[in-house]
Each structure stands twice: as structure tokens, then as C-alpha cells.
Design a protein around this ligand. Sequence first.
Ligand SMILES: Cc1cc2nc3c(=O)[nH]c(=O)nc-3n(C[C@H](O)[C@H](O)[C@H](O)COP(=O)(O)O)c2cc1C
Length: 279
Amino acid sequence: MPQNTSVIIDKHRCTGCGLCARICHEHCITLVDGQATINYEPCSTCSQCVAICPQRALSWRHVPPLPYDRERLPSADQLDELFKERRTMRSFSEEKIDRALLEEIISYGAYAPTNNYNLRVIAVDDETTLEALERIILQFMRRVYSLFFRSRIIFKLIRILTPAMDPKDKVKMEETLARGDSFHLPAAMVLIVGDSRIALSLVSAQYALYNMILYAQTQGIGTRLKGTGQIFLDRSRAARRHLGLQKHEHILGMLELGYPAVQFANKVEGKALGLRWVP
Ligand SMILES: Cc1cc2nc3c(=O)[nH]c(=O)nc-3n(C[C@H](O)[C@H](O)[C@H](O)COP(=O)(O)O)c2cc1C
């Protein structure tokens, strides 16, 4: 029985062309008497059938799809400009971001291939909570520092056990702790959370985050991924309580957003990914 989260077929629009049956990788659509019919059991709800139907006979959650307007797609040059304009924001202005705009940015996460991993988003734009979370990150960092970094002997041991660790991390941590805050507070924070037992949820969350980053940029909103902050918040009991995280829920991505306090002038070549052709 179709639920309201499933694909619905409008029998009056279906011409029986079979495109939906051909694209369905779960093979759950068949033509019966010249009409598409779905077996909902194996349906992975990927919605490719809805996207392919030229008659728009299929709908997702009862919302008929809109056709693409390919004239409006950005050109390669425009995309090139967007990619190269993006920089991690280290300083944000004090201006708040309208919640409607934040929700719009977050909604673009749904256009990344994240379908089945049941990701959730936690958004924070309240200054007191943002400050509290920042304080928790610093407290956690202080604890990590005194446990593993302060003692020269333990630090040496840690470096032997984790040879990939950048020794600069110690200096950076010392500077952050001495300053008492990492960077300017953002206007908002978006956390993608998911079930850590689902192997691909982390990868999936990254796609959603990157969609949000690029869409935010088109709206003049700067972003900053928060690596250590994410790790510390996820492990801090106080933060988990603050954010209402369930036992198996983990922070898979953490993005800070705000209006940029600075404007960059130049495109700088990124560090190339090490390419290796095989064979
Ligand atoms: C997983 C990940 C975590 C990051 N964490 C932080 C962070 O905690 N603070 C920060 O300022 N930038 C963080 N960054 C941003 C990088 O430092 C930044 O991408 C790098 O300095 C290059 O700058 P760009 O983003 O402007 O190209 C992170 C980036 C990644 C990929």
C-alpha cells in the first residue's frame, strides 16, 4: 500500500512508455496492461522514476515534480567562478541570518545523494547556545590538551602511536587555548547527525553539507567547516545533552555560517589532489 512517503502513479497520465521501469535499479516497476505498476516492497525510494517520467505521471510524496529548465543551468564559467570564490570564512560579521534563508540553505542538502541514510539536521542560531557550544569545545580541548599534549613524555608516545599526527596541532591548540576562543562566533551552526551504525551515513552527510556550502555562497553567506569542534562536541556529554543527541546519533558534519566580515580579492590555486592513473 503506498504511503505518503512513496511514489504515486497517476494512471490517467501514464502512457506506458516504460522509462520508469527501465531506470528502476530495484526492478520494482513493471508494466501491467500498458500501465506502470509499483511493487513497494523493494522500492528504495530513490525517486529516479519520478525524475524520468516525461508525462510527470509519477509523484513523490504527492507533490508533482516540476520539469527542469535547462536554460537556467549555470555555465561552466559561472561554476568555475563559484568554486574559486569559495573560501573558508574565519571571521563573520555580527549580522544574523534570517531563519527562512537558513532553512532554504539546509533544504539543498536534500538534493545530494543522501536518500536512505536518514540524516537529520540540527540548526542553532541562538547566540547563548552558540556561545555555550563554543565553551564546551574549548573545555574539551583543554582536557584533551592536559591529558595527551602537556606532558612531553606522553606527547612523544602519542606521536609514536599516531605518526600521521601533525606536530603543529599541539602549537595550534596552545594558541587557541591561550586566546580563549577559536574564531569569531558564526551567526548559525548546522550539524548533520545520523546513525553511526550505518556505514555510509558519514559520506552521505558530506555530500549534503557541500550542497549547503555552495548554495549558501550564492546567497552571500560564508561558511566554515568545523573539524575539531565536531569531534569534540560529538564526544562531549554536555554537548550531546545540549543538542538532544540520541545514543546512536553522531555528528557527521558541522558547518558554521554567517555573513562574511571580509571580502577576498584573489583566486588562489588550490592544493591539487594527488592524481594517479591506473594502469
Ligand atoms: C574536514 C574539515 C574540517 C575543517 N575544520 C576547520 C576548522 O575547524 N576551522 C577552520 O577554520 N577551518 C576548518 N576547515 C577548513 C580548512 O582549514 C580550509 O578548507 C583550508 O584552510 C583551506 O581554505 P579554503 O577552505 O578557504 O580553501 C576544515 C576543512 C575540512 C575539510
